[in-house]
Design a protein around this ligand. Structure first.
Ligand SMILES: Cc1cc2nc3c(=O)[nH]c(=O)nc-3n(C[C@H](O)[C@H](O)[C@H](O)COP(=O)(O)OP(=O)(O)OC[C@H]3O[C@@H](n4cnc5c(N)ncnc54)[C@H](O)[C@@H]3O)c2cc1C
Length: 407
């Protein structure tokens, strides 16, 4: 006779008490620490076009506001709560981290986006830190005191990143690093970068072997032109390394093994980004529903027109489906699975759902949807961008096809 599964053995979407407490304290934190700062900054914050100078570099008060939010969030125990307790995090599960990322994103795209660690924060690769690296790099990033970035993409190698041209060669006890990266998030403001370089030729080490990750301090690399992506102006830049000499203590993880080590964490990055997409889409669906019920045309609320109500209902259905995929992915990761196919499916579905919702919610708002005073076009740009970063749509589908055995 079949026995009844307990919720933990079987399928459960129940929200445990621990998560409900975190959610309440996150909301209190946003209200107490983030919203007043946004109000103080006024238009500098609310209008992304005023956040940067003519070249795209963020103005000092915007950078300071981000640093303040990051550090206060770390002090309150939120910022890097998924990192192990031994390094100063809270060691929460992937399911809780997923829910936290989704929930914070459902507040919108403002300063609140900096409450939880993103690309500037501690990624599991940094948790490979050993010896003095822990004190100098990992722990200060977990505390929100230092920020970092992840340097992989190059002018000639994006999706095909193992073809990178950046090289590090041994010279006595040191490594000498040369090359150029581009699109590196937080590079203009970071205290140090984690830089991928080829250390053994592909012919010897294979496509994914022969790549090493180096910790490179801010005064050792040159920030080149900003790569101003629409929707993320000022956040990414080129980085140049010109005969940078690094001791063995700057190797993060194993020599020649960085690509394999990073691949082990791909699912987490995709889960985080998809969770943000789901949260932002939730936020937009709330705003769209409110507007559809209050805006009148032809003597009735526009929500009574099926052309409007179906846009919102279609968005709700696809975002709910994405959310279920995201929770399943996080649950599998907590069970110790790499969940490569689930991670690609989720990232693809969630970011496309967000993009479709953002487009539809612009439409629901009519002319107001296009207004610079409203956040809708900013969401549409961000949603478009999320379909490129952390593996493009096509790369996610390639991964799903490969995992399915489609050759
Ligand atoms: C806002 C932003 C932030 C970023 N942050 C970082 C960062 O912090 N660190 C970092 O290292 N990089 C970062 N990147 C770079 C990002 O990871 C790359 O842009 C992305 O991987 C795509 O590479 P690419 O731009 O070179 O495009 P390409 O790889 O040249 O691709 C161009 C097109 O060809 C398609 N394509 C390529 N190969 C295949 C294939 N095998 N099958 C089917 N289609 C294919 C792609 O899907 C895409 O549509 C960032 C980019 C942006 C825009």
């Amino acid at each position: 006779m079949a026995t009844q599964d307990t919720p933990t053995d079987g399928v459960s979407f129940a929200e445990p008490e621990e998560w409900r407490l975190i959610r309440t304290s996150l909301d209190e934190f946003v209200e107490r620490e983030v919203e007043p700062l946004e109000e103080e900054l006024g238009e500098t914050w609310s209008n992304p076009r005023l956040r940067h100078d003519a070249d795209g570099r963020w103005v000092d008060e915007a950078i300071e506001a981000v640093e303040t939010v990051r550090q206060k969030s770390a002090e309150a125990g939120f910022y890097a709560m998924n990192i192990a307790e031994e390094y100063g995090g809270e060691g929460v599960s992937n399911v809780t981290w997923y829910r936290a990322k989704r929930h914070v994103a459902s507040h919108g795209t403002g300063l609140v986006s900096h409450v939880l660690a993103g690309p500037e924060g501690p990624k599991p690769l940094l948790a490979n830190a050993e010896g003095e690296q822990v004190e100098r790099y990992l722990e200060p990033v977990v505390r929100g005191e230092r920020s970092t970035g992840f340097g992989q993409t190059e002018p000639g190698a994006g999706s095909d990143s193992p073809n990178m041209q950046t090289r590090a060669e041994r010279d006595g006890d040191e490594w000498v690093l040369n090359g150029t990266k581009q699109w590196i998030t937080n590079a203009p403001y970071a205290d140090f970068l984690q830089v991928f370089a080829r250390t053994t030729p592909q012919e010897e080490a294979g496509r994914y072997g022969g790549i090493t990750c180096f910790l490179v301090e801010r005064d050792e690399y040159e920030v080149g032109s900003l790569n101003n992506a629409v929707g993320s102006v000022g956040m990414q830049s080129e980085v140049h390394f010109d005969d940078v000499r690094l001791g063995e203590e700057r190797v993060l993880g194993t020599v020649d093994g960085a690509f394999y080590e990073a691949m082990g964490f791909l699912s987490l990055g995709r889960m985080e980004l998809g969770a943000e997409a789901v949260g932002h889409a939730d936020h937009l669906l709330d705003l769209g529903t409110e507007y559809a019920n209050s805006r009148e045309a032809f003597g009735r609320s526009i929500g009574t027109f099926q052309g409007i109500s179906h846009k919102l209902a279609d968005g709700r259905a696809t975002v709910d489906a994405a959310d279920a995929l995201g929770l399943r992915l996080a649950w599998k990761m907590d069970a110790g699975e790499q969940a490569i196919r689930d991670a690609s499916s989720f990232k693809y579905v969630a970011t496309n759902a967000y993009f479709d919702v953002a487009d539809d919610v612009v439409q629901v708002h009519g002319g107001n949807g296009l207004s610079e005073d409203n956040p809708f076009m900013d969401h549409l740009q961000l949603a478009r961008l999320l379909r490129i970063v952390e593996g493009t749509d096509e790369i996610q589908l390639n991964t799903v096809a490969k995992q399915m055995g489609v050759e």
